[in-house]
Design a protein around this ligand. Structure first.
Ligand code: TYD
Length: 214
């Protein structure tokens, strides 16, 4: 089992991987496929997501996605509060037990959606999340990149507050993910989400295998 290089205390021995990308990019499918492969190889895997995968997080998720109007700063703080609690009560304990944690969205979503999409500034929003998580960054972030119009067309059900933010907003968030990935290729794996799911899964496994064998 490998040790993430970003902001982990030495005692943390698990592997932390996040999945990012627009809505409808197929993150949940790829997370499931990766988890099956890891479990078959004998790893203990925790599947989780943001916002909302804790009791407090469920309240915050409902408020931010389905509540009344919320300004951009309040929105950024709610996502950060969810993340702080998620890391403190679920992610870090699992990593300390040496498990593999796969999360559907993490801090880079806040940088892309609130920092760039809402215009709050990428640096400020990143700093807020790093404060919230005491600096915990994934060892690997998989970006499933997709044209936002194509991604939203793959979605079913009523759109939430963020999905209703408009094409221009979603174009900015997509570009923000791509720019961030280009700045730190050691942490990111960028994939074209329209590729066949089995090909995407193979590319993700190859990268994760490298981290596990390190
Ligand atoms: P998600 O759970 O991925 O959406 P769904 O359940 O519809 O698949 O995320 C909900 C929305 O929240 C999504 O549009 C992206 C947005 N989001 C942010 O704006 N900032 C964040 O920090 C996170 C984690 C998500």
């Amino acid at each position: 089992m490998s040790v993430g290089t970003h902001g982990y205390p030495d005692a943390v021995t698990g592997l932390f991987v996040s999945f990012e990308g627009g809505d409808g990019a197929g993150k949940s499918t790829q997370i499931r496929l990766l988890a099956q492969w890891l479990e078959a190889a004998g790893h203990r895997v925790v599947l989780t997501y943001e916002p909302g995968d804790t009791p407090l997080g469920k309240l915050l998720r409902d408020a931010v996605l389905h509540g009344d109007h919320m300004g951009p700063r309040a929105e950024a703080l709610v996502y950060a509060a969810d993340r702080a609690h998620h890391v403190d009560t679920l992610v870090r304990p699992a990593l300390e037990r040496g498990e593999v944690v796969l999360t559907d969205r993490y801090l880079d979503s806040s940088v892309a959606y609130q920092g760039v999409g809402r215009g709050l500034g990428a640096q400020d929003v990143e700093r807020l999340s790093l404060w919230a998580t005491e600096g915990l960054l994934p060892a690997l972030t998989v970006l499933l990149d997709i044209d936002p119009v194509a991604g939203l067309a793959r979605m079913t059900g009523e759109p939430d507050r963020l999905e209703r933010a408009g094409d221009e907003f979603h174009r900015r968030t997509r570009q923000a993910f791509l720019d961030r990935a280009a700045e730190d290729p050691g942490r990111w794996l960028v994939l074209d989400a329209t590729a066949p799911p089995d090909d995407l899964a193979a590319a993700i496994r190859a990268r994760v295998a490298g981290l596990l064998g390190r």
